[in-house]
Design a protein around this ligand. Structure first.
Ligand code: GLN
Length: 464
């Protein structure tokens, strides 16, 4: 039996201690106390008493939903996201709303309009992004778990930087209802936890068909509440050569090699495979994601949501310009400009249609290794990121340098397949993430294999 009032006090204390990270955008101890009281009175579910932070691009009814943007400052959604409703039905306590890169665009949580999030182990570094607030709170022990969102790696990349577990579910596994749209054909809500079991339990609670999202798959298997380590005997683990370039950070390579050896010792077979379209994933992503973003962000115009700037402007166009010019930060403006350009009549074929073709090639790469090869693999194992957590300010002047942080994560989003990052070691004290990728809707298998590695890998030890 959980003492919910005591839990609410404990969560409040932990969140207060985590304040210096700047990971929290809204929190109210009275809301938490009321919620705890409500839970104490009814029967409890699979997440009973678990504290969960929610990325602030996911709608909640008790708190504002700002997307860390001036253009939504103070906005309160009239409805709650399906994933949040399911968390509460499973007995979780929604602890707070978490900081992010504005509209989830970024890889460091430095693009928040409300200030950057600090890495929990080294305040001079970034926690990764865009779900940096959600991940930092889990890594710091302020909450048990969190919801982030993924368009190109925004759960896995910060999870790798901070030494926790982050899952990108299959596209269509979790309802997007109430997730503020960035790239609608890529977006998924993803859980963060300190263990595969915790993140998997949250995933099981939020997954499943939803009448409010027609892209959420109706015929999906139910995920188990308890993920246990799978036996690796006879399991085929693909090692894609494109994810281990000569330029890979030596500490990350050493940690991946150690992980692969441990899985071989446990009975797994390591198979060299090739996903030849991988080098085109970043250019493809940075056409498709901004194209969809420019369309999705057209609704933020000062008429329908949030503050209106230039209310005394001479005409409505001038009001839109004033509101959008003041309301959006530099990275969001860059995405809108790129997206509008690649969708423009003269360039649509050259950029957007080409990117769609490349996307089909990326899908084909995964289909081949998971299904069509004579000896398909069960999962792929790769580094999650090409570097460990970088210093604040290191990549903000060069957008392309920032974009390259997602080089190993964005292929899974473009292909729609599930992936998970787990801690597999450290280099110079900083966490390293190892990534498993599986075929669509094979989360149960993927998480079982990830849990098997988790059980044997010295996650906080340097690898050499
Ligand atoms: N970093 C990538 C971007 O900036 C991915 C973001 C995300 O997954 N939301 O678009």
């Amino acid at each position: 039996v959980t003492d919910f009032a005591a839990r609410a006090r404990d969560i409040t204390d932990r969140l207060e201690k985590a304040r210096p990270l700047n990971a929290i955008l809204s929190f109210d101890r009275d809301v938490l106390a009321v919620e705890a009281d409500r839970l104490a009175k009814k029967s409890v579910g699979s997440l009973a008493g678990m504290s969960v932070a929610v990325k602030d691009n996911i709608c909640t009814s008790e708190y504002p939903t700002t997307c860390a943007s001036r253009i939504l400052e103070g906005y309160r959604s009239p409805f709650e996201a399906t994933a949040v409703r399911r968390l509460r039905e499973a007995g979780a306590l929604i602890a707070c709303k978490a900081n992010l890169d504005e509209f989830a665009m970024g890889s460091s949580t430095e693009w928040s309009a409300f200030g950057r999030v600090h890495h929990p182990l080294d305040a001079s570094r970034v926690p990764g992004g865009s779900s940096g607030g959600s991940v930092a709170l889990v890594a710091a022990g302020a909450v048990d778990a969190a919801l982030g969102s993924e368009t190109g790696g925004s759960v896995r990349q910060p999870a790798a930087f901070c030494g926790v577990v982050g899952i990108k579910p299959t596209y269509g596994r979790v309802s997007r209802y109430g997730l503020v749209a960035f790239g609608s054909s890529l977006d998924q809500i993803g859980p963060v936890g300190r263990t595969v079991a915790d993140a998997g339990r949250v995933l099981a609670a939020i997954a499943g068909p939803d009448a409010f999202d027609s892209t959420c798959e109706e015929n999906q298997d139910r995920l188990p509440l308890d993920i246990r380590p799978a036996s690796l005997k006879g399991v085929r683990i693909g090692k894609p050569r494109e994810y281990f370039p000569d330029t890979l950070d030596p500490g990350i390579r050493a940690a991946c090699d150690r992980a692969l050896n441990l899985m071989r010792d446990a009975g797994g077979t390591i198979v060299d495979v090739s996903l030849p379209s991988t080098p085109y994933a970043i250019p493809c992503y940075y056409v498709i994601a901004p194209a969809e973003a420019s369309s999705n962000l057209a609704r933020f115009d000062g008429a329908r949501y949030g503050p209106r700037i230039g209310a005394d402007a001479p005409d409505v166009q001038a009001m839109y310009r004033a509101t959008r010019g003041m309301g959006f930060g530099p990275e969001v403006r860059r995405r809108i400009i790129i997206g509008t350009y690649v969708l423009s009549a003269g360039y649509y074929d050259a950029y957007y249609n080409r990117a769609r073709e490349v996307r089909l090639q990326l899908i084909e790469d995964f289909t081949r290794v998971f299904q069509r090869d004579a000896h398909p693999v069960d999962v792929l194992f790769t580094p999650t990121t090409p570097t460990t957590a970088f210093k604040a300010g290191e990549n903000t002047a060069d957008p392309v340098a920032m974009y390259l942080a997602d080089i190993f994560t964005c292929p899974a989003n473009l292909a729609g397949v599930p992936a998970v990052s787990i801690p597999i070691g450290r280099a110079e004290g900083l966490p390293i993430g190892g990534q498993f990728i599986a075929a669509s809707f094979k989360e149960e298998k993927m998480l079982g294999i990830a849990a098997a590695l988790e059980a044997v890998v010295p996650a906080t030890a340097e690898a050499r």
